[in-house]
Ligand binder design. Structure first.
Ligand SMILES: Cc1cc2nc3c(=O)[nH]c(=O)nc-3n(C[C@H](O)[C@H](O)[C@H](O)COP(=O)(O)OP(=O)(O)OC[C@H]3O[C@@H](n4cnc5c(N)ncnc54)[C@H](O)[C@@H]3O)c2cc1C
Length: 372
């Protein structure tokens, strides 16, 4: 797919078929499906630049057939390593168990593939023409009138569409705007007004290429995935990725009270808070030798990110001409690739244009919601 098309003029993107808010993995995947179906859509992303953030993601047998149908499985494999097992260690690095994933391949025919989040992002992004995505567009609210949906951006830009897909992540503005309107009409279930269920606080990154003589795991054609169950609900992990890279994550499980405090402090998350968390974990010995700090300090600080804190599956996924997809309606904790598999499965809609109504009715999302 060529990306060199000139960006559409403002007038051209003021009116589209499907408005997609959020250019993360879910928004790009939906955009790619609509692109294949030759349906009109436009993606609005609030970030002004794309940074290769995140650590490792994993995709299993439940979503790889979709990549196969789209002709992208070989490209996905090229950025991945198959993961045969997950090795578990105690705080003092005693090997406490192994989760054999190869059995799953015997049943499904598909390896569990592990790759850097940024590499999947680039693969999906390469399927979307530049003219179909606008950056620096933070959507603040939506409205529906006369059978059309409108998004309003912080810079005053307004776009009109037949349908709106909110793919703007766990703290989705589309969801907030939709829910406010539903609450006013008395249509929002109480459960959707409640806080996220508490999970953990996680920091992730990918170290610059490392020396395989020091870390022989990096010579292997299969991924090495080691998880350490530390003291005080700490979890630390190392995962090898193509190109002698090591994806790492450090995190702590939180009680409800701790999470409330962190949620408050989260708004101030920045380099100083990052450094405090790194100091807490960096001296922890690593099962691959040395300490976790050896991997963390090999990661450019601006590419270190916080991934998730909370978990919740919302009940209301659509109303009128608006649907929520991905983390915007079901934020899962990051372990075992749950979040991403679920996100892409939501979108694994029948890949056939005839199944869509000409006015982009959200009923196909309803079908998928019911299936799950
Ligand atoms: C930086 C980052 C790093 C991650 N790293 C990992 C990881 O290492 N391991 C793991 O398992 N999972 C990780 N995740 C989570 C994982 O990517 C998601 O669970 C999954 O890919 C589904 O994401 P999504 O597209 O639904 O939401 P997100 O990935 O959160 O994407 C939402 C997109 O919407 C944009 N957006 C938000 N608000 C607005 C708005 N108002 N207007 C316009 N655009 C908006 C955001 O900038 C973002 O690009 C990460 C997510 C992020 C954002």
């Amino acid at each position: 797919m060529s990306n060199d098309t000139a960006a559409e003029s403002i007038e051209e993107i003021q009116r589209t078929g499907v408005i997609i808010v959020g250019g993360g993995i879910s928004g790009l995947f939906l955009g790619m499906l609509l692109e294949r179906l030759e349906l009109s859509y436009h993606i609005f992303e609030r970030a002004t630049e794309v940074r290769p953030l995140g650590s490792a993601l994993t995709l299993g047998a439940n979503i790889q057939p979709a990549f196969e149908q789209l002709g992208l499985l070989e490209q996905l494999k090229a950025i991945s390593l198959p993961c045969p097992s997950l090795e578990l260690y105690s705080d003092n690095l005693e090997h406490i168990g192994s989760l054999n994933l190869e059995k799953r391949k015997e049943i499904s025919g598909y390896d569990d593939l592990i790759f850097e989040r940024s590499k999947l992002y680039s693969l999906l992004r390469s399927q979307i023409p530049d003219s179909k995505i606008s950056y620096g567009k933070r959507v603040t609210r939506l409205e529906e009138k006369d059978g059309q949906v409108f998004i309003h951006c912080a810079d005053g830009f307004v776009c009109q569409g037949d349908m709106l897909a909110g793919a703007d992540g766990a703290y989705s503005n589309v969801r907030q705007s939709l829910y406010e309107q539903l609450e006013e009409k008395g249509l929002l279930p109480k459960i959707d007004t409640e806080d996220f269920v508490i999970g953990n606080i996680v920091m992730v990154g990918v170290a610059q290429p490392l020396n395989p003589e020091k870390y022989p795991q990096l010579n292997d054609t299969k991924a090495h995935f080691s998880s350490v169950q530390g003291k005080n609900k700490q979890i630390l992990a190392l995962i090898s990725a193509p190109g002698q890279r090591v994806c790492w994550s450090i995190g702590t499980g939180l009680s409800e009270a701790e999470a409330k405090e962190k949620r408050f402090k989260n708004s101030e998350w920045g380099p100083e808070a990052n450094e405090l968390m790194i100091k807490e974990f960096e001296d922890h010995p690593s099962p691959w030798g040395g300490t976790f700090g050896d991997f963390i300090r090999m990661t450019p600080p601006h590419l270190v990110s916080r991934v998730s804190l909370e978990e919740k599956i919302f009940q209301t996924w659509f109303h009128g001409r608006t649907v929520l997809i991905g983390d915007a309606c079901h934020k899962m904790l990051t372990g075992a690739g749950l979040g991403i598999c679920m996100n892409l499965k939501t979108l694994n809609i029948p890949h056939h244009k005839q199944l869509y109504k000409p006015t982009y009715s959200p009923t196909f999302f309803l079908h998928n919601a019911k299936v799950r």
